[in-house]
Design a binder for this molecule. Sequence first.
Ligand SMILES: Cc1cc2nc3c(=O)[nH]c(=O)nc-3n(C[C@H](O)[C@H](O)[C@H](O)COP(=O)(O)OP(=O)(O)OC[C@H]3O[C@@H](n4cnc5c(N)ncnc54)[C@H](O)[C@@H]3O)c2cc1C
Length: 264
Amino acid sequence: MSANLSAKCDESVDVLISGGGIAGLIAAAAFGASGHSVLCVDPAPPVTSEGAAGADLRSTCFLQPSIRVLEEAGLWERLAPHATPLQIMRIVDAGGAEAAARMVREFDASEISDKPFGWNLQNWLLKREISARLETLQNVRFLPGTGTAALTARSSEAIVTLTNGSRVAAKLVVGADGRNSPVREALGIGVKTFRYGQKALAFAVTHDRAHDNISTEVHRSGGPFTLVPLPDREESTPRRWSGWNAGRKSRGLPLCLPMRSMPR
Ligand SMILES: Cc1cc2nc3c(=O)[nH]c(=O)nc-3n(C[C@H](O)[C@H](O)[C@H](O)COP(=O)(O)OP(=O)(O)OC[C@H]3O[C@@H](n4cnc5c(N)ncnc54)[C@H](O)[C@@H]3O)c2cc1C
């Protein structure tokens, strides 16, 4: 980078992370825990309570190898109490003319190790816990409300212009800024888009029957319908709190098999 450009920057960091979603926040914690100076920016402040407008009701399943990354980032000890093991994956083929299960197969993690396949966490809760962890790292700054506006890459550094007008020099830029990534666009990285003609809903339900740490995927020709296990909503009741994700051709509502047709 020319000295000229570098001199015009307001600050300099090791790593600039564009995007404070799950990927960006975890990257900020990981780089921060390993001693790098980090600036993470996102135009949207994280919504950190479930009932608030704009809360991300999606969930993320962290498979076994990712736990070591979370441990090294100082995150797993915060997250573990909220995580639900994914012990059994139940796959349901309901692709026939009738909205009914044609074939059901279950895969139990105990067949391959003494641990679950992974652990599920709700995205809004991840944002709350990871943001809290970032506050404990003095070398990490998270700037919600400010986004990436432009990027100029050079051989040794990149200059990132933020939406608040400031310019930051960074040795590494991480593009974790979603499907319309401004970092990707600024670097001229091409993208191929496939339209499936589907819409997705993400939501959470409570139910009386225990989910037994089973993830259920119902596959219809119009799209999948997935139930992932989440922690009990209230400790004192046997009810479980689960997230459902559904996809379906855009002309209709998501596929909803009647509960009685769900296999046990
Ligand atoms: C319906 C649905 C259900 C899903 N269910 C599951 C599941 O059960 N399990 C699972 O593991 N995964 C699931 N996923 C996938 C998972 O939720 C996503 O892959 C994951 O959350 C993506 O995280 P991310 O941080 O990469 O991106 P995002 O969450 O999209 O975050 C991108 C961030 O970049 C920010 N941004 C945008 N513009 C800028 C800018 N100019 N500058 C800086 N920041 C910017 C945005 O504000 C946003 O906060 C699901 C996805 C969907 C759609």
